[in-house]
Write a protein of this length. Structure first.
Length: 338
């Protein structure tokens, strides 16, 4: 049994939806035997429930198990939904759709591997690194704005929740219970002292070192809408072999404190086209293979696929991040105030 991972498939774009259908049909002949495999989808599929269903259904048909955790785009409230419900109700509807399709949104053990989807939301105080002077606030609307959440997400049913503090992050983290703790208890009871392979995934980032330095980013303040301390605490509690994340659209593969952190985004069509060969033949990452695990040896780490070449994580493995350097790169200066 293989465990594949992907994030940010954004199937509001017809080209991306066709990619999903081709994958489900066998990846254009480059993927075989998906019917016994697992797919982790780390958020940002579509803000349209009908498109979400059109995306997940062929994946459910192709894979033995599909796990999904919603991202921020999945909880945008569309014009035809405004006045009917907010993003919290949208989350419930997304989860209900997943339940109807057979998509897993809670922790489960499949093929001897524990999979933990982790709901999360970001908060600005997660960012503890120095700011680039003059960078645009992440919450301000402007041409080319990359973060529309502050304008198209609604929390009207819970006025005590605000995107301007950590209340949303704590609320989303609490939604992981009681399923999270129950799964940990089941895991401990079944293990009999041994540690089974554990994989976890979220849409947002648990650690800031999984993001390029601010001086390198077109949106230097991206970190203020990217990660969660509560999410990091859950990952530390789990101690998974690997944690998959999404959101920033930067491919990433790095080990930090014994956990392998991976981002493998399809991204927008223009991002996909910049890949080698125009992205032809690009597939989800085969992260783990249970058939490669040596019985009775370690915690299943032998089942992990070899590390992938990813620009930013490879760069930082050679030249460590230096967040104290806040001199904006030349391509960043156009995104800061004069």
């Amino acid at each position: 049994m293989r465990v594949w991972a992907v994030s940010d498939i954004h199937t509001d774009y017809a080209q991306n939806l066709e990619w999903v259908r081709a994958l489900a049909a066998g990846g254009g002949g480059s993927v075989a035997g998906l019917s016994r495999d697992v797919l982790l989808v780390a958020g940002d599929v579509s803000d349209d429930l009908a498109t979400l269903e059109k995306t997940l259904q062929p994946l459910v048909d192709a894979f033995a198990h599909v796990f999904f955790v919603p991202g921020n785009h999945d909880l945008w409230v569309r014009r035809d939904e405004r006045g009917q419900y907010d993003s919290l109700e949208k989350l419930r509807r997304v989860q209900a759709l997943c339940a109807r399709l057979g998509v897993r949104t809670e922790p489960a053990c499949v093929g001897g591997v524990w999979i933990f989807p982790i709901l999360s939301w970001y908060h600005a105080s997660w960012d503890r690194e120095p700011d680039v002077p003059g960078a645009h606030p992440i919450s301000k609307a402007r041409p080319g704005c990359v973060m529309l959440d502050f304008h198209v997400c609604s929390w009207a049913s819970a006025p005590h929740l605000s995107p301007h503090n950590d209340s949303l992050a704590l609320h989303f983290d609490a939604l992981n219970e009681p399923a999270f703790s129950r799964a940990l208890q089941e895991q401990a009871a079944a293990a009999g002292g041994a540690r089974p392979p554990v994989l976890s995934f979220s849409h947002f980032l648990p650690r800031q070192e999984l993001l390029p330095e601010k001086r390198m980013l077109y949106q230097p303040n991206l970190a203020k809408a990217a990660g969660s301390d509560a999410l990091e605490a859950r990952v530390r509690r789990l101690r998974p072999l690997a944690h998959v994340f999404g959101h920033t659209h930067f491919s990433w593969d790095a080990e930090v404190e014994g956990v392998r952190y991976v981002q493998w985004p399809l991204g927008y069509p223009q991002e996909h086209a910049r890949r080698r060969g125009g992205g032809a033949g690009w597939l989800p990452l085969p992260l783990f293979d249970s058939d490669a695990v040596r019985p009775g040896v370690g915690d299943g780490r032998s089942g992990l696929a070899p590390p992938q070449a990813c620009y930013w994580s490879d760069l930082y493995s050679t030249y460590p991040r230096n967040p104290a350097n806040i001199t904006a790169a030349p391509w960043v200066t156009t995104t800061t105030r004069a």
